[in-house]
Write a protein that binds this ligand. Structure first.
Ligand code: CUA
Length: 337
């Protein structure tokens, strides 16, 4: 090969490599990064992408160069020279990809091991999935139960994920990991948040009509703020009365579907809770409290005219007793004024 040809080939390779690198770097392909695990996963992603760009530049420049340089001239009717393969080249293009694939496997193995390692000092949160909502329970904070996830920054959290009804899957794009939520078994996922902020929690397994709406959010905050939040919630619950009930109502997102003046909520997807006494009379369930409790624990038993069964999740029935009691009191007393 003449020196001029080598320079042309190299220039072509650099040009194509630079174009592919610009496409990789200047288009925001990935969601924001908010966990240590995600940072490691991104490292594997970019490591693999860099290898791909190198191979793409090599192959594309050789093909383009050959198409231009060795194309058939208009007056050339002769056969091409016979080719019997090239042992050196074949060894080269087998050995190099084998080494690259092995390197990717080793890097991936290291990242997977690190991402799965659970440090002794960690927070545990139970995650429960149900058509079509997420419930988060904090065993170390007296089973405080919320419809959104709050995590301290910089501390590893082990999520124990399961499902009540069908298969769902837990996904926070900013954390870079997915984990299936299965009925009857518990899958774990370790997350170490690195950046304060609010990020979407998404169900990423087709689980029914409301699948695309099965969203929640995770709020990452500094450890002191997390501790203050959890203690504040527990204080409200321990105080009892309407403050405790209001906290449970708000934590579990009841206002998203229901109107209830004492909670200042205006949802209209479910029955108006300000009219609970009239609804209890229609349902004929004896006391108002009994009716409210049954409607939370077994929501399909009585369906208010004008509404559909199987819309209200049954998971609130598994609220810890003190939180369920507080919610029942809050609803029964607040609507009976
Ligand atoms: Cu739950 Cu999709």
């Amino acid at each position: 090969m003449r020196r001029g040809s080598i320079v042309q080939l190299l220039a072509l390779g650099v040009l194509i490599g630079a174009g592919a690198t610009a496409l990789a770097l200047f288009v925001p392909w990935l969601p924001p990064v908010a966990s240590k695990e995600r940072e490691r996963i991104d490292f594997v992603f970019w490591f693999t992408t860099a290898i791909c760009i190198g191979i793409f530049a090599l192959v594309a420049s050789l093909i383009i160069y050959s198409i231009i340089k060795f194309r058939v001239r208009p007056d050339d009717d002769s056969d091409g020279p016979p080719i019997h393969g090239h042992t050196g080249l074949e060894v080269f293009w087998t050995a190099i990809p084998a080494m690259l694939v092995t390197a990717i496997a080793i890097v991936s193995g290291v990242v997977l091991t690190k991402n799965d390692a659970i440090p002794k000092d960690h927070l545990t949160v139970d995650v429960s999935a149900q058509q079509f909502e997420w419930t988060f329970k904090y065993p170390t904070y007296k089973n405080l139960t919320t419809g959104y996830l709050v995590l301290p920054r910089g501390k590893s959290t082990v999520l124990r994920i399961s499902a009540v009804d069908v298969i769902h899957s837990f996904w926070v794009p900013a954390f870079g990991q997915k984990q299936d939520a299965l009925p009857g078994s518990v899958n774990t996922l370790k997350v170490t948040p690195t950046k304060d902020g609010t990020y979407p929690v998404i169900c990423t397994e087709l689980c029914g009509l409301g699948h695309s709406l099965m969203r929640s959010e995770v709020r990452v905050m500094e450890p002191a703020a997390f501790d203050a939040w959890a203690k504040e919630q527990l204080k409200k619950l321990q105080a009892g009365g309407s403050n405790a009930g209001l906290a449970v109502f708000a934590n579990n997102g009841c206002g998203g579907c229901h109107t209830f003046t004492p909670a200042k909520s205006k949802g209209t997807a479910g029955p108006d809770l300000d009219k609970l006494p009239a609804e209890a009379r229609r349902a004929n369930r004896g006391s108002l409290e009994n009716f409210v409790r049954e409607s939370i624990v077994d929501p399909n038993k009585y369906i208010e005219p004008g509404f559909q069964p199987n819309v209200m999740p049954t998971s609130f029935g598994s609220l810890p007793k003190d939180q369920l009691d507080a919610l029942v009191q809050f609803l029964a007393q607040g609507s009976n004024k």
